[in-house]
Design a protein around this ligand. Structure first.
Ligand code: IPD
Ligand code: CA
Ligand code: CA
Ligand code: CA
Length: 266
């Protein structure tokens, strides 16, 4: 599997941040933690990882824009390219010592995601994709799962937490999905959830209330693994809308239908 120079830059940045996160994960009880809002934590580890990634990416491509969760956006002079970065996706898992978190780095060109890296430093799993070049887990080419029926499917999701407004809508959706599928999983890192769909581990996934850095890389991973991604209304704007429904063509469609099933008596 040959990686482009740009993808190599992204992988190097992820490795650097990964080393830093792995060190901090070893002494998580000593980290300074603050709240951005109810249930929304950020730590020194998030900020340090973002700084490392930002320096590495901007050193390699100084004219590109940069959108990261933990620092101010840079509008690039080049106008066409933008990095979209979540330096630590799954902060809550990280702070609780749960080894399921990731670094997510995407490159956008003229509004399209063209390269993606999602890496879990706790398991050494590196997911990569380039537009038209396929998706990979380490050196293995990925393909979404082939299951066609929801009754056989394991579906990932993201449950809202304290401070998030959509609990009611979510519970209705969850009730409908639970009644149709073989299993529902809530792992706690959206970028890895999407990488798991690309790898065929999850048959499908849905969540609302996400931000571009949670999903930019995962969207390309899924498309390059032969899967389908839409927003919750079936449109092509998950990054703008912050909602996502994903799977192979059968599961995405079936999941979309279940999520939009009318509520009896309404
Ligand atoms: C969160 C995770 C989580 C999702 C939240 C995100 P963060 O990202 O991806 O799975 O449910 O909506 O905010 O804050 O840990 O980077
Ligand atoms: Ca966060
Ligand atoms: Ca995130
Ligand atoms: Ca984050």
């Amino acid at each position: 599997m040959a990686r482009s120079a740009l993808l190599n830059v992204m992988v190097q940045a992820a490795f650097k941040a990964g080393k830093s996160l792995a060190r901090d994960f070893g002494e998580v009880q000593n980290l300074q933690v603050s709240l951005k809002g109810p249930g929304d934590y950020v730590s020194q580890a998030d900020r340090k990882a973002e700084k490392l990634i930002r320096e590495e990416l901007l050193k390699a491509r100084p004219t590109y824009g940069f959108l990261g969760e933990e620092s101010e956006e840079i509008i690039g002079t080049d106008g066409a390219h933008r990095w979209i970065v979540d330096p630590l996706d799954g902060t809550t898992n990280f702070l609780h010592g749960i080894p399921h978190f990731a670094i997510s780095i995407a490159l956008e060109r003229q509004g399209e995601i063209v390269a993606a890296v999602v890496m879990n430093p706790a398991t050494d799993e590196l997911f990569t994709a380039e537009r038209g070049g396929g998706a990979f887990l380490n050196d293995r080419r990925l393909r979404v799962a082939a299951r066609k029926n929801l009754s056989d499917a394991v579906i990932g999701t993201g449950t809202p937490h304290l401070g998030v407004a959509n609990h009611g809508t979510y519970l209705v959706e969850l009730r409908h999905v639970m009644g149709e599928v073989a299993g529902v999983r809530r792992m706690g890192a959206a970028s890895l959830d999407l990488a798991y769909v690309a790898a065929g581990r999850f048959d499908g996934f849905w969540e609302r209330g996400l931000l571009p850095w949670d999903i930019a890389a995962g969207i390309l991973l899924i498309r390059e693994a032969g899967g389908w991604v839409a927003d919750i209304d079936g449109g092509n704007k998950p990054m703008d809308d912050g909602s996502i429904v994903a799977g192979n063509e059968y599961i995405r469609k079936a999941l979309h239908e279940v999520l939009h099933r009318p509520v009896p008596g309404k």
